[in-house]
Structures are given as C-alpha cells and as structure tokens.
Design a protein around this ligand. Structure first.
Ligand code: MV4
Length: 460
C-alpha cells in the first residue's frame, strides 16, 4: 500500500478520499486554493499545500504546482477525484512519468475514452452494442448527410472532443444535416480546439443507465451493477439510484457480462463506468466511458456493501481484486440526492456563508459533505455541497427514507435545491420508477407555481 497520497481535488470527494486513506493507514496531502484554506479537506489531511489563487486554472488545474506539492511532501501516489484533472490524460501521464502512482486507469485508457470517436470504435471492437452511425470522424458535410439518410432520422451529431452533453446537435426529418454539421463542427473547434464530429441515430426519451466496473492488474474484472441517472437537468445529474427500476436481474447479468468482456478486451484497470442509453424497448447502447470515480458512486457502495475508494487505492497499489463476481450481490436499494447551492427555481448558483446547518441522520442515511455551520460556499467551483444517500431493503423503503431525510435537512444563509429534490421524490414518475431523461422538464412544466410558493414558505 502507498505511504502518502496527494488528493488533487477539493470538497466532499477530497474528504471521501482522505477518509479511505486514513482507514488504510495511508498519509494524506491536501492541496487547496487560497480561499479553501479553512476547508475540511485541509483540516482532515495530514498535510496541506496551497497551490494557487481561487480560479481553478490557477490552483486545482495547476499541474506544475500540484506536482511540486507532491514532490515537496514526498507522496507516492495521486488521487484525482472527479472533475478537475481526473480524466486529463496529459496530467495522468506526467504523474506516471515522474514515478508516482495514478489512482485510476492508465493514462492510455483516459486518452482512449476521452476522444468519443475513438471510444466508439474501441467499444465496437470490444463487443459493446452501438447505435447505427458513422464508423469514424465525419470528413465532410456531404458524408454526414449521406450517413443520416442511410440510418434514418432523427440523428445526433456529436463532437469527438465533447462528452457529457457538450457539443451535440439533433437533426430531425427535414432538417439540414449539412448546415448543422458545419455549425456544430465550428462550435466544437472553438470550444475544444477540435472540430471532429461523428453522427449516430438519435434515441428519443432515453434512460441514462451506467455500469460500474472494477479491474485489478492481474486480469480480474467484476461489475457492480448499474446506476439509473436519468434525473438530469442540462446534463447535470440531480438524483441517482441503484438498482435501476428498468433493469431486471437477467438484464443486469447480461449487461454486466458484456461490460466485463469489453473491459477485459482492452485490459482496463481500476474502477470505471460504462454509460448506456436505454430505449423504451429496454435495448441498450454504449454512449461513453468514464475513467474516474463518479459523484454517484455511493449508491453502488450502499447496494453492494463495498467501499469503492478503498478499492481504488488497493487496485492502484497492485493488490488483487478482493471480491469475486459471485460474492457481489445487490442487497439494498439506494437513492442519492445532490444538494446544490443554487436557487431551487432558477437553478442560479447561490454561493455565500451557511449560517445554520443541520444534516439528516438515522437508520439508512449517509451524508457526504464538506459543509458545516459558517462554511462559505465559494463562487469559483461546482455548486455541489452535499450528497444525501439513503438506502433500504426495497425501493419503497429507500424512497420513504430519502423523503424523510430531505425534510430533516436545514441549510440556512444560502439557497439550495432541497425544495426541488423534494418535488422530484414526490413526483408520480419517480414514485412509480417510470421515468426517463425528460423527467426534470416534465416536473418543471407541470406545476411551476409551486416552486415559488415553497420558496416563500421555506424562507428562501
Ligand atoms: C444521445 C441521446 C440520444 N441519442 N445519443 C447526453 C450526454 C451525452 N453523454 C450524450 N447524451 C445524449 N446522447 C443518442 N444517439 C440523448 C442524449 C441526452 C441525454 C443522455 C443521458 C442523460 C440525459 C440526456 C439529456 C439529453 C440528451
């Protein structure tokens, strides 16, 4: 096992990693920007190094400063968390080349999956089901149009350098594929410095379902079932659950086998997530692969009784997979609510000082957060302040518990999306488990006045 790990992140995930390290007897080094000097991740780590001013590009994305901190403190490994540099192949390569262990997949995996055209080709060779579409990068507007005609409308144009919903355009029957291609390609070039595009059939009303994978460096690979992540707004997940109400044990076994087989064929290592789109018929298609620990990993942990960050550390240290596929069985149902510092009606960020704080607790409740009374939510970073994870023997119990826990939550001084989370969990769609990626729009369209009313009564 490692002696000392540098955590190249902040907030709840930095705490999450520090706690896993502490349990393993691993020393920790936090990095922080000037405004994060009083943060819990700084207090909880054995050592802390200030790596720059508040803007991320000068601190949490500052590779030179981070590597200096690692050298200065004598670390032997780096955990990147999620976001920031976690899927940056250049950073992972620097870490590897300078002789540190990267707590995640090899940099070559990050490079492979970071390019969405490359990832699609890899997925196809690895036997993952794909939507009909272009085989590689589109070379012209004419080619885009020809392929669209072949596969039929609607189609979606996606940027090779995009991902997570960035750089996508839908073209419906009668739409102008050529013009949309030119526009999308120019936008991708401006946004990512790479105008490469691909195209595939567009799935209406899909579910977002992702499989959790874990692989050691000795050829052992397991899956930890799926997470249902269809409750999203502008590609930001809001509520996640495991198992998915749309996945039967048989489908889980099949998707799991397909995913594990694919990871074996590319010699994947450490933890990862394969994202699928699922259509109304229950057919599933590869969408993207994430080569990091994810925000929503706790639902999988609570369902399978396995600490994924502890596992990441062990796998990166070269240890053998501690569990067999047969020994990992879904024992519970878990739901995660992301608590964001934002206006529950407009979703505008709401930074500021938390003046009052009470987090829920009790049976079957977990809160992963960096927040406390007097904590100042910074405007420079992501608005996530807490993850509320509730579980139970069944979906019904987990849902009752999540509603109960949300009602216990008090965050004063800033606005949070807690009132909106209550609406999601009270909606007939979520209650029935019958929802897709349109659920947030549907809820916002249904009773827009109620949000304003709840804002008044809650004092927000
Ligand atoms: C799609 C799609 C429909 N058909 N691809 C959005 C995030 C990015 N990973 C890909 N995304 C989508 N790709 C095809 N062929 C619909 C989406 C999509 C979506 C996917 C998952 C969750 C929420 C979404 C919201 C809008 C669009």
């Amino acid at each position: 096992m490692f002696k000392k790990v540098l955590i190249a992140n902040r907030g709840e995930i930095a705490l999450r990693v520090i706690r896993a390290c502490r349990e393993l007897g691993v020393q920790t080094v936090a990095i922080h920007s000037t405004v994060d000097a009083e943060s819990l991740h700084v207090k909880f780590a054995d050592e802390a190094v200030c790596v720059g001013p508040p803007p991320s590009k000068d601190s949490y994305l500052n590779v030179r400063a981070i590597m200096s901190a690692a050298e200065l403190t004598g670390c032997d490994a780096i955990h990147p968390g999620y976001g920031f540099l976690s899927e940056n192949p250049g950073f992972a390569e620097v870490v590897e080349k300078l002789g540190y262990r990267w707590i995640g997949p090899r940099s070559e995996m990050l490079r492979l999956m970071g390019n969405k055209v490359e990832a699609r080709a890899v997925a196809e060779r690895a036997g993952l089901p794909l939507l009909p579409g272009a085989r590689g990068v589109l070379t012209s507007a004419e080619e885009a149009e020809e392929i669209a005609r072949q596969i039929g409308f609607p189609v979606i144009l996606k940027a090779a350098a995009g991902g997570g919903g960035r750089g996508m355009k839908i073209v419906r029957l009668g739409g102008d594929v050529r013009r949309t291609f030119e526009q999308a390609s120019n936008e991708a070039l401006a946004a990512f410095g790479d105008g490469s595009m691909y195209l595939e059939r567009y799935v209406e009303e899909p579910r977002h379902i992702e499989m959790q994978i874990a692989a050691d460096e000795h050829g052992n690979i397991i899956h930890l079932g799926e997470r249902e992540c269809s409750v999203q707004r502008r590609h930001q997940k809001i509520v996640e659950e495991s198992p998915s109400p749309a996945v039967t044990p048989e489908l889980r076994r099949e998707m799991g086998e397909v995913a594990v087989g694919a990871m074996r064929s590319i010699a994947y290592n450490n933890v990862g997530t394969i994202e699928f789109l699922m259509d109304e018929q229950g057919r599933y298609y590869f969408m993207e692969m994430n080569t990091r620990i994810q925000v929503e990993h706790p639902v999988t942990e609570q369902v399978y009784g396995l600490d994924l960050v502890r596992l990441q550390l062990k796998l990166a240290a070269g240890e053998k997979m501690p569990r067999t596929q047969e020994s990992v069985v879904p024992r519970f149902h878990a739901i995660e609510c992301r608590v964001n510092a934002e206006d529950p009606v407009t979703f505008a960020p709401s930074p500021g000082t938390i003046t009052g704080h009470h987090q829920p607790g009790g049976y079957g409740v977990r809160v992963d957060t960096m927040a406390y009374e007097h904590y100042r939510v910074q405007p420079y970073y992501d608005s996530l302040v807490a993850k509320l994870i509730c579980w139970g023997d069944s979906r019904e119990v987990a849902l009752q518990r999540a509603r109960r826990a949300l009602n216990e939550y008090v965050v004063e001084g800033i606005k949070t999306n807690i009132p909106f989370l209550r609406r999601v969990l009270a909606s007939p769609q979520f209650t029935a488990g019958k929802y897709d990626t349109r659920i947030v729009e549907q809820i916002l369209a249904e009773r827009p006045a109620e949000a304003a009313a709840s804002r008044k009564t809650s004092g927000l």
